[in-house]
Design a protein around this ligand. Structure first.
Ligand SMILES: Nc1ncnc2c1ncn2[C@@H]1O[C@H](COP(=O)(O)OP(=O)(O)OP(=O)(O)O)[C@@H](O)[C@H]1O
Length: 339
């Protein structure tokens, strides 16, 4: 449906999007994920036609979008800075796009009513926008973006302003909605939980380039690089040399899966792969702190001459800060990443 080939956007001597190639299939939901400033919004704006590109090609449903103005691109936009029209009621907002596209009034009204039902706001058409909660406004914005039946729906931080519990609920609803409507979606978020819950495929960006693409499970299980692993929130990431089933790391010798790639690599030890023992039985570490994570405790360890480590520990077994423990490593929770 959407194909990007070597798309580049520069601002002066800064390259915000750097030779990005990406394909989004019909009915697919792809989430672009990355730290602040990695070029996510610029990429979306380029596809929408709100940002000129310096190189590369963008096509939608086989049509080259070069020179095609925003409103003729067939993309629906739900952007952070695209506020609802405050002077129009809910129906006026949702029906705006279809009316602009010449859809007859009655048909636009029927479509509006249907979409308001789908986003969980049936009968809200006459309400003033100012009387809606943040979450309700977000739903209206979504209905407005969907109303012209875009070939591609693009969302920029769709749930960014909302509180956590509402976000978690809406993400499930959105996924169902997109599946029911068969919408093709490209969304941008810096929240990995949101991206992993929403997406069929995630794209991780680093400084304007694609660092990794894959299904949420693939990316989570096999981050392509130290950058991706750290971005996903992993701390126990370091350069290592792998010989057979052992890696030489800053934390000493760490067992790795038997089929691990050999030589100079990056090693990721998931917190579940750090087991706490008596100080004589493992790498001696000072316990610096602990964070409760619902069903386990994340323990922050500081070895003498190595980078900090995080260990996942059952609730009742977490050591007290200030004590000293040993750390051992479990191969099944260690991943050997790229060179
Ligand atoms: N209009 C502009 N003029 C100059 N530089 C810009 C402009 N828009 C974006 N940039 C720069 O391009 C880079 C990418 O910005 P972009 O907004 O695409 O990142 P992002 O990944 O969406 O970040 P965030 O998550 O903070 O929104 C940043 O370094 C930013 O400062």
């Amino acid at each position: 449906m959407l194909t990007l080939t070597d798309v580049t956007v520069r601002f002066g001597d800064r390259t915000a999007v750097d030779g990005v190639s990406l394909a989004v299939a019909e009915h697919e939901t792809v989430c672009v994920l990355g730290p602040s400033g990695s070029g996510k919004s610029t990429l979306l704006r380029a596809i929408a036609g709100l940002q000129t590109t310096d190189a590369g090609r963008i096509s939608l449903a086989g049509r080259d979008l070069a020179g095609v103005p925003v409103h003729r691109r067939g993309v629906g936009l739900m952007f952070q800075d695209h506020q609802l029209f405050p002077q129009r009621d809910v129906a006026g907002n949702v029906g705006f796009g279809p009316r602009m596209h010449g859809v007859p009034r009655e048909e636009a009204a029927a479509r509006t009513a249907e979409l308001l039902g789908l986003v969980g706001l049936p009968g809200a058409g006459r309400r003033a926008v100012a009387t809606l909660s943040g979450g309700e406004q977000q739903r209206v914005a979504l209905a407005r973006a969907l109303a012209p039946r875009p070939e591609l729906l693009m969302l920029d931080e769709p749930l960014g302003q909302l509180d956590r519990s509402l976000r978690e609920r809406l993400v499930v609803e959105l996924r169902r909605l997109f599946r029911d409507l068969g919408t093709t979606v490209l969304a941008v978020t810096h929240d990995q939980g949101e991206a992993f819950a929403l997406a069929d495929r995630v794209v991780v960006m680093d400084a304007g380039r694609i660092a990794q693409t894959g299904t949420p499970v693939e990316v989570w299980q096999r981050p392509a690089s130290a950058f991706v692993a750290r971005f996903l929130g992993f701390t126990n990431v370091a350069d290592a040399t792998v010989h057979g089933a052992v890696a030489d790391t800053p934390w000493g010798k760490v067992p790795v899966p038997a089929d691990a790639a050999q030589g100079g690599r990056t090693v990721l030890i998931r917190p579940a792969g750090v087991r706490l023992t008596g100080v004589a039985d493992g790498l001696p570490c000072h316990v610096e702190g602990r964070t409760f994570r619902g069903d386990h405790v994340l323990v922050l360890l500081r070895p003498d001459d190595a980078p900090p480590l995080e260990a996942a520990c059952p609730l009742t077994e977490a050591p007290e800060p200030g004590t000293t423990v040993g750390a051992q490593f479990l191969a099944e929770h260690v991943s050997v990443l790229g060179a």
